[in-house]
Design a protein around this ligand. Sequence first.
Ligand code: GLY
Length: 357
Amino acid sequence: MSSLMVDLAERSYPIHISANLLRDPEAFRAHIKGNKVIIITNQVVDILFGAVVTDTLSEFQVEKIVLPDGEQYKTLKSFESVIARLLELRAARDTTLIALGGGVIGDLTGFVAACYQRGIPFIQVPTTLLSQVDSSVGGKTAVNHPLGKNMIGAFYQPNAVIIDTLSLSSLPKREFAAGMAEVIKYGIIYDKDFFDWLEANQQGIADKQQSLLQQMIRRCCEIKAEIVAQDERESGIRALLNLGHTFGHAIEAEMGYGQWLHGEAVSAGIVLASLVAQHKNWMPASDVCRIRALLAAFGLPTAPPKGMGYQAFMQHMQLDKKVQANKIRFVIPNDIGTAVVTDQVDEALLRKLLDAS
Ligand code: GLY
C-alpha cells in the first residue's frame, strides 16, 4: 500500500493509495473509532461499491445512508436529512462516518461530521478521479447555496483518505475528464515537470493504465498535502488551488448545479485565467496553447458556455470567497509551474474575454 501523510500536527492523517483498497480491512481498521460505522454514499456508487465496503467492514456494526446522485443534492436539505437519519440510528461521538463517493458525498459527509454533536470522526473514501486528487484531501467541507457554490461549510479534517485506484475503472469518461482538469491544474500552479509528464503520458492516462494512474494520483496528493500543511485555512498559498475556480464556480451557478460538472467548469476557467496571463505578458501564447491542448485532449471544454457574458460572470464572481475589499481576486498562472493571486485584472480585459464567448 502506497501512503503519504498530510502533516497538520494533531490533525495529521494518512492518504493510502493502491488498487483494491475497498476490499482491504487493514486500510480502514486503524482509522475507525468505536465499533459503529455509517457509510454515506449515493445511489450510483452504492450499486457499484456499497456491498463491497460493507463486507470489508464486517467486523464493525455497519449502517448505510444512500442519497440521490448529483451536485444538485449538495444542499442544506440533504444535510438535514442525513443528520435526521444519524439521530434515528443513535449515532454518537464514537461513530465513524465513511464518505463513499465523489466530491459531493465527501464534502457533504465532511460537513455533517463537522457539525453532528459538534464533531465526529470520518474517513474519506473517494471513488471519482476529482475527489481522489483534490476534494477528499485537505478538510474543506461544504454544501452549496442557490446563490453560491460551497457557501456553507467548515474546515474539518478526516481521519484518513483511502483511495482505491481500481474504482476508476467504472468511472464514466465524462467524470474521468472532469477529474483531469484538477490534475492538470497542479501542473500549471506548482510543478512544470508534472505538466510535461502529463503531456507525454496523456494516452496511457486516458486508457486508465493502473501504474500511470497511481503515479499521477500520488503526485497530486503530494502537492495538495504540501500546500495544505503550509496553509490549512487558505490565508495564502492554498488559494492557488483555486486556479480556474473563480470563473468555474460562476459557470456552475449560472448553468444550474449539475449541468456543467465542476471539473468541466474549472477547465474553461483555467483557459480564461491563462488568457489573462497571456494578455499581461506573464505567459507566452504557446503555453496557453499547450494548456488548452492538454485539456482538450481529455475532451474538456476550453471556453465558457455560449452566451454567458461579462455581466453574468460578474454577478456570481462578486460572491467568490477570495473577494477582499470588494475586489475579485483571481489565480493567474505566471508560467507553467507557478501562479499568483491578484486583484489586478483589468475590467476591460475581463469584458473582452468574457463577452467573446
Ligand atoms: N479544492 C481546493 C482546496 O482544497 O483548497
